[in-house]
Ligand binder design. Structure first.
Ligand code: AMP
Length: 332
């Protein structure tokens, strides 16, 4: 059994990325049901919107250090950079020729991001992003893809692309299963808890990044938008702010929401926020201590070299098979 997943190295990695994605990678790694694990840095996805080249380079390395700081283990998984495996873009092209513009333009993320980038131009890459994501997954015959809820629509498209290709050219790809942790599928903004916590949000108070200054992170939790009925109870419809903070604390502490609710009966929001702020601060302190050990260490390059070698080995075999199926080049 193999799982694969990746994150874009765009700006800082948020608590939403951690709880919705990275923590799940680590849990799946440690539970031992997967004998092959691939985690990558999705740098090709990052350039679907404008990026500063120096910052992009820094963010790539920083994301690898964060993966390790959050608990990914170099002896249990292969970590690589997407652009260091050429077959991703090669397969993406072949799959694009088997994907329809209509289905791509219906994707929610395309609609949102193309609205946001009206002024600097909407790149073709923003439209074809889900096809590159399909290539990332299908190249490796991954059985499972752990993602946050926002990526499930793209994952569904990956499954459609795989099934369509298999029926047109004969069995080629494993049809993967998306794996969402339902408790942390969508961590919400601290300013508007009806919206997803997103690193591209213009208001930095709306998200916490894993590298935020600890005191600033605590302040963000303490000033998170809640409601005025003074009841610490999970009710996403009517109390999205409190529910979001409960989800965050419960996921980090690995305690049930009910258990946390019980310990806050007859307590006020200030006490509850103080608790969540401390839980988040402890997590960030642990991650940042490890991050600082890794970020300037040569081990990052060793891990990435090994990861690229392994990923290229698997990907080359697959892309050759695909080309044969489609009739490209000469028979090998
Ligand atoms: P991205 O930032 O788009 O590269 O997303 C990387 C991973 O983090 C994907 O699996 C997303 O689904 C997940 N993710 C991003 N934001 C959130 C959030 N607010 N809550 C839960 N998961 C998230």
């Amino acid at each position: 059994m193999r799982f694969i997943s990746g994150i874009q190295p765009t700006g800082n990695i948020t608590l939403g990325n951690y709880l919705g994605a990275i923590k799940n990678f680590v849990n799946l790694q440690n539970e031992g049901t997967f004998d092959d694990i691939l985690v990558f840095v999705a740098d090709l996805h990052a350039i679907t919107v404008p990026q500063d080249k120096l910052k992009l380079r820094q963010n790539i390395r920083s994301l690898v250090a964060l993966y390790l700081a959050c608990g990914l283990d170099k002896d249990k998984c292969h970590i690589f950079i997407q652009s260091e495996v050429r077959a991703h873009t090669e397969l993406a092209w072949i799959l694009e020729c088997n994907t329809y513009i209509g289905e791509l333009s219906r994707m929610t993320q395309f609609k949102d991001k193309s609205q946001k980038h009206q002024t600097d131009g909407v790149s073709t890459g923003l439209l074809t992003y889900p096809v590159l994501m399909a290539a990332d997954i299908l190249l490796y015959d991954a059985n499972v893809v752990p993602v946050g809820k926002d990526q499930m629509q793209h994952l569904e498209m990956t499954r459609n692309i795989a099934e369509r290709f298999n029926s047109k050219y004969g069995e080629t790809f494993v049809v993967p299963e998306g794996r969402v942790n339902k408790n942390t599928a969508k961590i919400m903004s601290l300013v508007d808890p009806t919206k997803k916590m997103s690193k591209s949000d213009e208001n930095p108070k709306s998200f916490i990044t894993l590298l935020d200054d600890i005191n600033i992170a605590k302040k963000k939790i303490k000033s998170a938008v809640t409601d005025s009925d003074m009841l610490i109870k999970y009710d996403f419809e009517n109390k999205p702010g409190i529910s979001n903070l409960l989800s965050i604390a419960s996921a980090i502490e690995e305690k049930s929401i009910e258990e946390i609710e019980k310990s806050f009966i007859n307590k006020n929001y200030a006490e509850f926020k103080e608790y969540v702020a401390n839980v988040v601060a402890d997590l960030l302190t642990k991650i940042q201590t490890k991050y600082n050990e890794y970020i300037n260490s040569p081990i990052i390059d060793e891990i990435l070299d090994e990861g690229a070698n392994y990923a290229n080995y698997l990907a080359d075999k697959k892309i050759n098979k695909v080309k044969n199926k489609v009739g490209l080049g000469r028979k090998k």
